[in-house]
Structures are given as C-alpha cells and as structure tokens.
Write a protein that binds this ligand. Structure first.
Ligand code: 6PG
Length: 214
C-alpha cells in the first residue's frame, strides 16, 4: 500500500493516475469523491474509450439525492463523453445485482479486472457496500444485493473477487472521523474489518486530518 497525504486530494488523485491507460473504472460513491471527479472532468483524457462502472449503489432512483450515479453524473459523467454502466437503483435489489453482474461479465469476460477501482471507507471499516458482519464479504459472485442495517437501506455492491483483481485501487479518505479506521488499517489491525480484506496495488489518498493519527 502506498500512502499519499495531501489536503489537495484531487491533485493527488491526478498524480496517482498520470500515464495510466484507463479503459475500465469503478467509481466510488459517498461524498469524498465529488471534488476529485469535478477536477478529473476538466482534464484532457481519452474519455471516448473509457467505461465507467460503480463500486456500489444505493437502491434508489438515479435522480435521487442519495444516488451514487447522480453524484458522479453531476461531478463528472455529464461533462465527459465516456460510456457509463450504472447499477439500476430503481430496480429490485437482486434483479439489479444480477443484471449488473451480467453486464460486468459481458464487458470483462472471465477476469473481471478493472484498470482502476476508486473506493471510500466508512468509519466502521466498510468499503463500497461491503459492511462488517454481512455474508457478502465472502461472496464469490461479482456483484451482490446487500441490506445495510447501519444505513437502513438496500444496496448493490461489487464484491472482493472483483475489487481485489483491479490493476490499481485508489482509496480516498478525508476528515478527522476517518483517522481511527485509517490508522487501524495501515497498522495491520483491521483484519476484522471489510477494508482489511482489500488487496492489490492500493494507493491510499488522505488529507491531513484523516492521516492525523498515523
Ligand atoms: C457509499 C459508498 C461508501 C462510501 C463510504 C465513505 O455508497 O456511500 O460507496 O462506501 O465510500 O461510506 O463515504 P464518504 O465519502 O461520504 O465519507
């Protein structure tokens, strides 16, 4: 894991992906990525050849304020001519998970290797919608419907077989509330948390407050 501590997370992100040939990207939801996506949208990239997927989605319509697709569309996807493969939040969760998994398999074939996966991390150690104590943590499917007790909402999430196959993974975290979970993870004390199961070529991008206990 490579750790980058910069208050300018968007700039740190652009530096970490500089020179990468990104054709398949899984976007994170939540609030942290918004400014990163907004800065990325202003860059000169081969957008026409890029395919954006999602690491997870809240099971709400695409124009709902909670929708990860809506956030990404506002910040990035409406500004660039890339192809978008959203999770259909308006559908029943299991149907949405199955259709998303089919779309992933049609695109990737057998390997499911994203060029880039962008993730956030929750204070409880979840990432994407892989929450502590849920059975999806052990799933060998590529996408699963999840009930999040802590968020009291249905989600669809990529699973660890896909997340851990990525060529590059960027985890974004900012704010003092993330400092504890980040320190546990970096110090190898998060094996009992979902984020502790993440493997691969991981770049952890932190602002100063999220890094304050390292
Ligand atoms: C979501 C995300 C989730 C998020 C973390 C961090 O749908 O909410 O996929 O995993 O990345 O909860 O969220 P913040 O960036 O809002 O702190």
């Amino acid at each position: 894991m490579k750790i980058h501590v910069r208050d300018d997370l968007p700039q740190a992100f652009l530096e970490v992906i500089r020179g990468d040939d990104l054709k398949s990207i899984a976007l994170a939801g939540g609030s942290t990525p918004r400014k990163v996506y907004e800065r990325w949208s202003k860059q000169r990239c081969p957008w026409e050849s890029m395919h954006f997927f999602f690491g997870d989605e809240r099971m709400v319509p695409p124009d709902d304020a909670r929708s990860n697709f809506r956030m990404a569309r506002e910040a990035l996807l409406a500004q660039v001519p890339a192809k978008v493969h959203r999770i259909r939040g308006e559908d029943p969760p299991e149907a949405a998970a199955s259709s998303y998994e089919r779309e992933l398999q049609q695109f990737f074939g057998a390997d499911g290797r994203f060029d880039l996966v962008i993730l956030g991390v929750g204070t409880d150690g979840h990432t994407a919608s892989l929450f502590p104590g849920t059975s999806v943590l052990d799933s060998d499917r590529w996408a699963e419907a999840v009930w999040s007790e802590s968020q009291s909402e249905h989600r669809v999430s990529l699973t660890f077989p896909v997340l851990n196959a990525a060529r590059k993974t960027i985890v974004l975290a900012k704010g003092a509330d993330k400092a504890e979970v980040i320190t546990r993870w970096v110090n190898g004390r998060a094996t009992d948390l979902p984020i502790g199961r993440l493997k691969g070529n991981i770049h952890l991008l932190l602002d100063e407050t999220a890094a304050s206990k390292l």
